[in-house]
Design a protein around this ligand. Structure first.
Ligand code: 7TS
Length: 419
């Protein structure tokens, strides 16, 4: 079977943004007639490079079959590709074992899986679950549901005006009653990079488990789950140049083994009878039903794409974009940046005077600029700042200073319409 699309060219160093952009077909298109697209909605989802698109096409054109237990050739090819993707992802996050990588629909499903299964085995009435005020709803609501189910209590780490966690408050909350600390690695609304390594160590010191919501981190930085020592780490393929509908839950082997399955069905069993059913070993115990085969394979191609880049150079490029955009946006009268943490990823939330974020976003769209507006699924955080939402420009490795200039020029043009 041809698998040449599996092996992207290693990019020439230093980081060549034009060469990277050329690999993303969507970035070549125009919108609203002849407006070149300026795509600044990467925290919602990233665009996809040719290697990912081509790999998915090759799977359907040449390898399509259901996975596992098939004796025929195509089933073996599809299984090898699916399980090969799991191995790539395990290496990518430095998991100790490949079977610690569970395929999910995305971050949301990974967190719900842990809330369901860990809730059944490890958490009970009187336990506390700690989250922060800046969490995405995906890292709030499953824990609220779990608290209701088992009688546990949700504790919330406050956020400062700048958008940083109140670490002293966190340290005070930790105790033997703490069952789990569930924290976002990088805030999707503010860009704040949280000190998760220290938070995990401090949680472990009181015997608590830890879950990191990595939805916003795998596309910006190297993640090493063993170095972090987190118990669980969740992320979404579509935010890291891979397909939608696929994501990963990493969990430590002993914990995953001790947790009951999330969903029941085909592929997750050892033996089924009406007298009782036994479950398959990891990772299959947590993957009921036909999986998102092409999604996993596409995510493997996205991992290859990222690993073909010099991540230090990518980080330097994104840091430059963040600094340049922050400086340029501040030249706009009445523009207020929400989230000015010391440690920030390339996400900028802002408000322009009293203008509603939706109006700003709609006018920017007319000029080909894609930003996101609203509460970004962080309503408690918006309540904290007393605002209905923000305009959010989120940058990926393929964005340029020219994109920043287009955003700033457009904001200056629409400003008279907003007041
Ligand atoms: N956690 C964080 C920090 C996120 O940013 C998101 C998605 C999720 C969890 C959920 O990920 P999913 O792939 O399961 O949906 N964030 C956004 C966003 O900022 N705009 O659209 C989706």
């Amino acid at each position: 079977m041809p698998t040449s699309v599996d092996a992207p060219d290693t990019l020439t160093r230093p980081f060549d943004v034009a060469q990277v952009r050329a690999q993303f077909p969507t970035l070549q298109r125009t919108v609203h007639g002849d407006q070149p697209l300026v795509y600044l909605d990467n925290a919602a989802t990233s665009q996809k490079p040719d290697v990912v698109i081509d790999r998915i096409r090759a799977y359907y054109a040449e390898e399509n079959s259901n996975v596992h237990r098939g004796v025929h050739r195509l089933s073996q090819v599809a299984t090898d590709a699916y399980e090969g993707a799991r191995e790539k992802i395990a290496r990518f996050i430095n998991a100790a074992h490949t079977h610690e990588v569970i395929f999910t629909r995305g971050t949301t499903e990974g967190i719900n899986l842990v809330a369901h299964s860990l809730g059944a085995s490890h958490l009970s009435a009187g336990d506390e679950i700690i989250v922060s005020e800046m969490e995405h709803h995906s890292n709030i609501v499953p824990w609220q549901m779990l608290c209701e189910r088992v009688g546990a209590t949700l504790r919330v780490i406050p956020v400062s005006d700048a958008g940083e966690l109140d670490y002293d408050a966190y340290a005070d909350m930790l105790g033997e009653q703490t069952g789990l600390v569930a924290i976002g690695h990088i805030s999707n609304a503010l860009g704040t990079i949280n000190p998760v390594q220290q938070m995990i160590a401090d949680a472990h010191a009181v015997g608590a488990l830890t879950l990191i919501d990595g939805a916003q981190s795998t596309q910006h930085s190297r993640v090493d789950v063993q170095a972090l020592d987190c118990d669980f780490f969740c992320f979404s393929g579509h935010k890291m140049f891979g397909p939608t509908g696929i994501g990963v839950l990493y969990g430590k082997e002993d914990l995953l083994n001790a947790m009951p399955p999330f969903q029941g069905g085909g592929d997750m069993i050892d033996r089924v009878s009406f007298d009782g059913t036994t479950y398959d070993a990891l990772p299959h115990k947590f993957e009921a039903g036909t999986p998102h085969i092409e999604g996993a394979i596409g995510l493997g191609a996205a991992v290859d794409f990222i690993e073909g880049l010099d991540m230090d150079a990518v980080q330097a490029h994104e840091a430059d974009l963040l600094a340049y955009a922050t400086e340029q946006l501040q030249t706009i009268d009445g523009l207020r940046i929400i989230g000015t943490a010391q440690e920030k990823a390339s996400v900028i939330s802002f408000l322009v005077g009293d203008a509603h974020p939706y109006d700003v976003g709609t006018l920017l769209d007319q000029m080909g600029i894609a930003v996101r507006t609203g509460h970004h699924c962080t309503e408690p955080l918006m309540d904290r700042y007393g605002i209905p939402g923000t305009v959010r420009a989120s940058f990926a490795l393929y964005n340029t200073r020219d994109d920043v200039d287009r955003l700033v020029q457009a904001l200056k043009r629409i400003q008279p319409l907003l007041s």
